[in-house]
Design a protein around this ligand. Structure first.
Ligand SMILES: Cc1cc2nc3c(=O)[nH]c(=O)nc-3n(C[C@H](O)[C@H](O)[C@H](O)COP(=O)(O)OP(=O)(O)OC[C@H]3O[C@@H](n4cnc5c(N)ncnc54)[C@H](O)[C@@H]3O)c2cc1C
Length: 420
């Protein structure tokens, strides 16, 4: 018995996805790794054909009205395939979020239905060469209104699906004089065949191969006005909403990667012998596995708490700020737990773990990215502290708690409490 914290319905979704993942051909993953496959269209068709893309979206657009928890448990299962494919799967949930929340009925009909049916694969073109962390401070891509169109100029870097995606959700400055700068940015849907959109560099990557990661250039790319997502200059709100699935999917996919690596290591340790005993009988080995499992279990608890919080936000029972804090914690924690678990798995396997005989070396290379993308882990820490300071400074913060400063022996020496 497992997954006790999921509802019956959520568990059903999770196990349905588990079954699909089980049957993804291993040749596909090997072909991705050896770079025979540069963009996994076959996989995207498979998951869309199985009806499991965009689970949270309304049924009328091909989704299932599923909870965040169900959606993230599906991504966790996808993690067993490694980060590339769980990311490719997750992009449906991430990109669709902007359209589901802020899009027009026509955009939903075309793009949400396109995502869930597998006819239109969407990617997110956010990061720029001048900076990913300080995106809004450094954004150079600009959109100029011309009649009933916007003309985009600029470039976006490291875009998964740069090669292969049918459309991009992107952001551009529409009011350079806005203060703060966040209030002068808009979000757009840009179709791949838009004149003026070019794919330039295809990046050579340490891991996560096969996602078609590229630089996208907009040179006088003419985007119809009805491809604006939300209002003009509302891009920051769209972005913040998109960051919920962006970071939650990385967090939940990491659980799948970490679990898969530890399973390989545990199986190996139960059979391989050294010094007259199975490796698992040596505490140095078994404790590594125990510590990894404990890390994965607490990461899982945080991912599902954050996902429940996102469900509560949608039901009007949690604040965006609270969810932002938990989601950032989940992303930070899961990716570090994954990295440590995969690294431990490699150590347990010894030399053979470093070879391509086992998949752990691939998972190790893949998992390093978790700490960098969807906002680096340093940026997650900035968000967590920022939201916490905001929370405890707010007039709504509960003041009816015990004041433990009064429990200090010398609490009354107020002259010693020098702050500046
Ligand atoms: C393989 C791959 C796939 C990607 N996929 C996509 C994608 O599909 N779409 C997309 O839009 N982007 C994507 N990205 C981009 C990714 O999200 C960014 O690389 C990431 O946000 C970091 O931005 P940067 O590379 O510009 O680093 P920088 O912002 O230049 O940061 C460099 C370093 O400085 C640190 N730093 C910066 N500011 C601070 C601060 N205030 N305090 C402490 N530390 C700080 C960072 O944490 C980092 O360690 C991808 C990246 C890679 C490598």
């Amino acid at each position: 018995m497992e997954d006790l914290l999921l509802t019956e319905e959520e568990r059903k979704v999770k196990y349905e996805v588990r079954n699909i993942v089980k049957d993804v051909p291993p040749e596909l993953i090997r072909d991705i790794e050896s770079e025979k496959v540069k963009f996994p269209r076959e996989f995207l068709d498979l998951v869309a054909g199985a009806g499991i893309v965009g689970l949270r979206y309304p049924k009328k657009y091909g989704g299932r009205d599923a909870s965040w928890v169900a959606d993230m448990s599906a991504v966790e299962e996808m993690g067993r395939l490694g980060f590339t494919l769980s990311c490719m799967y997750s992009l449906g949930t991430i990109v669709g979020e902007a359209i589901n929340r802020f899009g027009t009925p026509e955009q939903k009909e075309t793009y949400l239905r396109g995502i869930t049916s597998g006819k239109r694969y969407g990617a997110e073109a956010i990061t720029e060469p001048s900076g990913g962390s300080d995106l809004f401070g450094m954004m150079k891509t600009a959109a100029r209104r011309e009649g009933d169109t916007f003309v985009l100029n600029g470039q976006k870097r490291f875009i998964v699906g740069g090669q292969g995606a049918d459309f991009f959700v992107t952001y551009a400055v529409t009011d350079p004089s806005a203060t703060p700068r966040t209030r002068g940015v808009s979000a757009f849907i840009v179709d791949r065949d838009t004149p003026g959109l070019r794919v330039e560099t295809m990046y050579g990557l340490m891991g996560n191969k096969g996602g078609g990661t590229a630089r996208i250039v907009f040179k006088d790319a003419v985007v119809p006005e009805n491809h604006l997502i939300g209002e003009v200059n509302q891009g920051y709100d769209v972005f913040n909403r998109m960051m919920v699935p962006e970071r939650l999917t990385t967090a939940s996919g990491s659980l799948g990667v970490a679990n898969a690596a530890i399973e390989v290591a545990a199986q190996y340790a139960m059979h391989r012998e050294a010094f007259g005993a199975k490796l698992m009988e040596h505490e140095g080995v078994s404790f590594r596995i125990a510590e990894s499992l404990t890390g994965i279990a607490h990461a899982s608890a945080l991912v599902y708490t954050a996902s429940r919080a996102a469900d509560a936000l949608d039901a009007g029972k949690a604040s965006p700020s609270y969810v932002r804090k938990l989601v950032s914690m989940a992303k930070l924690n899961s990716t570090e737990v994954m990295w440590n678990a995969v690294n431990s798995a490699m150590q347990v396997l010894g030399g053979i773990g470093y070879t391509t005989v086992y998949p752990v070396e691939r998972l190790l290379r893949d998992s390093r990215l978790g700490m960098i993308w969807t906002g680096t882990n340093e940026i997650m820490k900035l968000i967590i502290q920022h939201e916490y300071v905001k929370e405890i400074s707010s007039p709504e913060y509960p003041r009816d708690k015990r004041n433990i400063e009064l429990d200090a022996l010398d609490f009354s020496l107020v002259d010693e409490k020098v702050m500046s």
